[in-house]
Design a protein around this ligand. Structure first.
Ligand code: PGA
Length: 247
């Protein structure tokens, strides 16, 4: 059985004080939930969140660079994230792919580095509206999954989380039909089975992301292939996010 995993992606929101207040509230509100919970906060808040010593809410980052250290102005390493208490790191988010022009090759280097250093990647994949209209959804997610995981050993695969996030559903209020999302996620799992084995594919958690709200989370969680959610806008408010976790 895969443990459901719901993660909040705060994106470029919250000062340290705001982050600490929201995380404290969330920690209280989700106590006792059987769902694994994480918040992926901006780099600037991670140390302060880690110092809270939260037990239920885990920490993640939203990006990292693949090198150990060096002359990479503005970048953050895996060791730095581990040092401030991160367990997870989102990699290949569509905003990184589209605004910051990250490609599968770069994302793959980050995935390999995260795993080598002991961070759990949340690898994001998903099609644009244009690709969906052209009937390319499955091709896109299969390619992004395959390239993103290139060189990942079978021993590391179960620590990888994949987030299926259709680009047209992110931050738009327009969410993917839950049965459709289930079908795409089943295709991602089939890809894992082809690349590794059916047994390993069954161990990997695959989230849905894109306009998840308290009012629609249950539809997604009722689907057999969907193991959780990556939540953007609706994770900013602790009470709203807690009600998603408590779907
Ligand atoms: P959203 O973002 O929930 O605001 O649509 C999801 C994401 O970008 O991970």
């Amino acid at each position: 059985m895969r443990t459901p995993f719901i993660a909040g992606n705060w994106k470029m929101h919250k000062t340290v004080g705001e982050a600490v207040e929201a995380a404290r509230k969330l920690e209280e509100l989700v106590q006792g939930s059987p769902v694994e919970v994480a918040i992926c906060a901006p780099f600037t808040s991670l140390a302060a969140l880690s110092a809270l010593g939260l037990s239920k809410v885990k920490l993640g980052a939203q990006n990292m660079y693949w090198a150990d250290q060096g002359a990479f102005t503005g970048e953050i390493s895996a060791a730095m994230l581990l040092d401030v208490g991160c367990e997870y790191v989102i990699l290949g988010h569509s905003e990184r792919r589209h605004i910051f022009k990250e490609d599968d090759e770069l994302i793959n280097k980050k995935v390999l580095q995260a795993l080598q250093k002991g961070l759990k990647p949340i690898l994001c994949v998903g099609e644009t509206l244009e690709e969906r209209r052209a009937g390319q959804t499955e091709n896109v997610v299969v390619t992004q999954t395959t390239r993103g995981l290139a060189g990942v050993g079978a021993d590391k695969l179960p620590t990888v989380v994949i987030a299926y996030e259709p680009v047209w559903a992110i931050g738009t209020g327009e969410y993917c039909d839950a049965a459709d999302a289930n079908q795409v996620i089943a295709r991602i799992r089939q890809t894992l089975a082809e690349l590794y084995s059916e047994e390993l594919a069954q161990q990997v958690r695959i989230q849905y992301g894109g306009s998840v709200k308290p009012g629609n989370i249950r539809e997604f969680m009722e689907q057999p292939e969907i193991d959780g959610a990556l939540v953007g806008g609706a994770s900013l408010d602790a009470e709203g996010f807690a009600s998603i976790v408590r779907y």
